[in-house]
Design a protein around this ligand. Structure first.
Ligand SMILES: Cc1cc2nc3c(=O)[nH]c(=O)nc-3n(C[C@H](O)[C@H](O)[C@H](O)COP(=O)(O)OP(=O)(O)OC[C@H]3O[C@@H](n4cnc5c(N)ncnc54)[C@H](O)[C@@H]3O)c2cc1C
Length: 318
């Protein structure tokens, strides 16, 4: 290991930090915790500290600590759109749970209101909202993320979550108590500030027949199963679609389906997905991403942009 790599994987935490974190988080803090189990790709080295945060006041305390100690931090949702480096993540990785996982749905005369915590599971939210007749919720069905991650990514299909957002509540190191934020939504991204955690979201849908909404959702879920390798570890589409085209079409036409690096493979079902065939490293995936991007550039003169977020330290894992 080179001196630079050794430096990059060195924990930023001192003994006093560990004690302070244990005081704030109790047994919900783990040190040197591998992140692979927390990502849909099942890839990623250790976090210096991994905190499971269950209440808004715990989150506020942890964010205050980060500000005071100038400690880097990062929030992970369901980990379904991230590639975490084999060298792991320095500082604190936070994951919301407890009260943040709740989702309440109420039907009013002509609309359906969803109030969800930042780590509410999209599967739970979409199922509950569909049962109340939330028109348009089918567009968000089958997205394996949390509400907070989906908001940051403006996740969706033909319609995106941003279209339905009425309120977003966030917490940050400089303003740790929950407060409303104003956010704009763009294709697979939002203007949500980098240093905020989404703690609560209110969504609003027009109301229609619950039966119709549920059956539309079912049709979409069946189609998804046929067109995406959902049984294998991956992170969905790796690249954003370029204007007026589909990344999957360009990748397939560049002949990349089935390409392999180590134990990572370009899916032969959906060319914009990269599957972990078992034991793939972040380096395998990153190398494959670079190969695919180069092939599409050479063949089509199109520069693909990553949809997945790369996080942490990328090193040679071997
Ligand atoms: C099989 C499969 C199918 C998919 N299909 C789709 C699809 O149809 N459409 C689509 O848009 N996406 C799709 N995705 C990608 C992914 O599911 C979405 O982007 C999802 O919304 C990410 O949510 P997450 O909770 O997993 O976020 P993560 O992957 O954990 O994080 C993504 C980003 O959001 C940030 N983040 C997470 N939680 C919070 C929070 N509470 N506050 C602030 N920032 C936060 C993270 O720091 C990171 O930068 C698919 C993925 C898979 C594996």
């Amino acid at each position: 290991m080179s001196a630079t790599t050794a430096q990059a994987v060195l924990s930023l935490l001192g003994d006093a930090d560990r004690v302070a974190l244990q005081e704030i988080c109790g047994d919900r803090i783990r040190f040197n915790e591998p992140l692979a189990p927390y990502t849909s790709w099942k890839i990623g080295g250790p976090a210096d500290a991994f905190a499971t945060v269950e209440t808004q006041s715990q989150l506020a305390d942890l964010l205050r600590f980060c500000l005071r100690r100038r400690m880097p931090w990062w929030i992970i949702g369901a980990g379904s759109n991230v590639l975490v480096g084999d060298g792991g993540v320095r500082g604190i990785v936070m994951r919301l749970a407890g009260e943040f996982a709740a989702a309440h749905v109420r039907a009013e005369d002509h609309r359906v209101i969803v109030v969800a915590g930042g780590s509410a599971d999209m599967a739970l939210v979409t199922a509950k909202a569909a049962s109340a007749g939330a028109n348009g919720i089918g567009s968000l069905a089958g997205i394996p993320g949390t509400v907070g991650g989906s908001l940051r990514m403006n996740a969706g299909t033909d319609r995106e979550i941003g279209e339905f957002v009425r309120e977003v509540w966030v917490q940050s190191p400089s303003r740790p108590e929950p407060h409303p934020a104003s956010v704009r939504y763009l294709y697979r991204q939002s203007t949500l500030a980098r240093d905020v955690v989404v703690s609560r979201v209110v969504l609003e849908f027009a109301r229609s027949s619950a039966g119709d909404v549920r059956s539309e959702m079912q049709t979409r879920l069946v189609r998804r199963k046929k067109t995406q390798p959902i049984a294998l570890p991956n992170a969905g589409s790796c690249f954003r679609n370029p204007p007026e085209d589909k990344a999957a079409r360009l990748i397939e036409a560049a002949g990349a389906k089935g390409w392999r690096e180590g134990n990572a493979e370009v899916s032969s079902l959906h060319a914009n997905f990269i599957n972990n065939l078992g034991g793939a490293t972040a380096k395998d995936v990153a190398t494959l991403l670079a190969r695919v991007r180069r092939a599409v550039r050479d063949r089509w003169n199109v520069e693909l942009k990553l949809e997945v977020h790369l996080v942490g330290v990328f090193i040679d894992a071997t």
